[in-house]
Design a protein around this ligand. Structure first.
Ligand code: HEM
Length: 399
């Protein structure tokens, strides 16, 4: 098969990569795309890689000699750490993202949802991503961290710039989407500005602690100042574009399936499992990366130490060996083995929070779809963080 690369994909393929994934999953599930670079398309080998310790997350040698703000921040991000540092930081943060903490946040999330959606009813046409799907996660994580919500547009822009870095790197590695250009420079600026901002917040909380996550991190024993700041920056960005994409894609899919929208309006108890199914069906994070820490086998392929292994979560979630009729949305299916939130030790820390946001947003969004129809969608040119960059809704009955 020709080496997998999204270079030159049409907008239609970027919006719906699943037929292309299927070809690779069927013919060459552990696929060598170039020297030292692999893409894994099937559920079995994606799950296996995520449970093995000989595939790591961190690759210090990856950025030799770097000391810029972006590198100094991401090197301390939970998602890029291996045990034992990962274990220590994860344990500390897990308590703050527990089901109990998230349950306590639900009224706050519901009120943010309502306040963002209310003004939209009076409009003839609007971009749902800009007005709702993008601000919601930033406002929620700002509330949790304890930083002022008015900054949300500033945070959002910087979170987007930072996320462009990982997309840009992945894009370059797989042939280079247009987004690679300029992305790293903007990410560098964002890392510098956010680090400065959170350094200041941490200093303020040390002087006068409050009841928020920044105060908790500032007081945590054993964390360095750099780790605290990097964790704040990481949390701000990790839950941002991911949740935005889940919300945008959910609206797109439900507007195309009025029968499903109707079912969920009539049976709101199905909303939580529908959210899981939407993450499975069209994963907001399509790909994650691991590095082989030693020479090993994956299926019948020989992976060399240091090789890069890209796990195509979006493809694994559509694997018919794991899910019956994987290309159909089945709102009450058992999605417990989907890997849209990852698997293993790096399983998404914010999965409960993201689910709560989507569960609280879906019912009012389904109401909105009674008065508005999707009149346009433009996908971001990105196969890592995957979803519509713009989603135009127009009042039904207006030209
Ligand atoms: C990790 C997806 C929302 C924080 C991950 C991973 C995935 C993922 C696939 C695993 C990365 C890997 O193993 O390389 C998603 C999706 C979301 C979402 C699809 C929304 C629909 C959130 C939210 C937060 C968050 C709201 C928090 C504010 C994190 C963190 C990690 C992570 C901190 C790293 C965990 C670790 O390394 O132990 N997420 N995420 N995510 N996510 Fe999420």
């Amino acid at each position: 098969m020709e080496p997998f690369s999204p270079l030159g994909w049409s907008p239609a393929d970027l919006a719906d990569p699943y037929p292309i994934y299927r070809r690779y999953r069927e013919a060459d599930p552990v696929h060598r795309a170039g020297p030292g670079t692999w893409f894994v398309f099937d559920h079995e080998h994606v799950a296996q890689t995520l449970s093995r310790r000989d595939f790591g997350r961190n690759r210090p040698a990856h950025l030799p000699g770097r000391n810029d703000a972006l590198y100094r921040s991401v090197r301390d991000w939970l998602v890029f750490l291996d045990p034992p540092r990962h274990t220590r930081l994860r344990r500390l943060l897990a308590a703050e993202f527990s089901p109990k903490v998230v349950a306590g946040l639900r009224p706050r999330i519901a009120s943010i949802v309502a306040s963002l959606l209310r003004p939209l009813w009076g409009r003839e046409e609007f971009d749902l991503v800009r007005e709702f799907a993008a601000p919601l996660p930033v406002l929620v994580i700002s509330a949790l961290l304890g930083v002022p919500g008015e900054r949300h547009a500033w945070f959002r822009e910087r979170a987007e710039w930072l996320q462009e870095a990982s997309s840009a790197r992945a894009a370059r590695a797989s042939g280079g989407l247009a987004r690679a250009s300029g992305g790293l420079a903007r990410a560098e600026t964002a890392a510098g500005e956010l680090t400065e901002y959170f350094d200041e917040q941490v200093r303020a909380r040390r002087a006068a602690p409050r009841d928020d996550l920044v105060s908790l991190l500032a007081a945590a024993p054993g964390l360095t100042g750099d780790e605290i700041t990097a964790t704040c920056v990481h949390l701000l960005t990790a839950g941002h574009e991911t949740t935005t994409n889940l919300l945008g894609k959910s609206v797109l899919h439900l507007s195309a399936r009025p029968d499903l929208a109707r079912t969920l309006r009539q049976e709101p108890a199905l909303v939580p499992s529908a959210v899981g199914e939407l993450v499975r069906f069209d994963a907001p994070v399509q790909m994650i990366t691991r590095w082989a820490t030693e020479a090993q086998e994956l299926g019948d392929r020989k992976i060399a130490a240091g090789d890069k292994v890209v796990l195509v979560l979006g493809s694994a979630n559509r694997d018919p060996a794991r899910f019956t009729a994987p290309d159909r949305i089945v709102v009450d299916r058992d999605t417990s083995r989907h890997c849209g939130f990852g698997m293993g030790i790096h399983y998404c820390l914010g999965a409960q929070l993201a689910r709560a946001e989507a569960e609280l947003a879906l019912p009012p969004l389904l109401e909105l779809l009674r008065g508005f129809g999707v009149s346009g969608a433009r996908y971001a040119e990105d196969l890592v963080f995957h979803g519509p960059a713009a989603l135009t809704l127009r009042a039904i009955g207006t030209a």
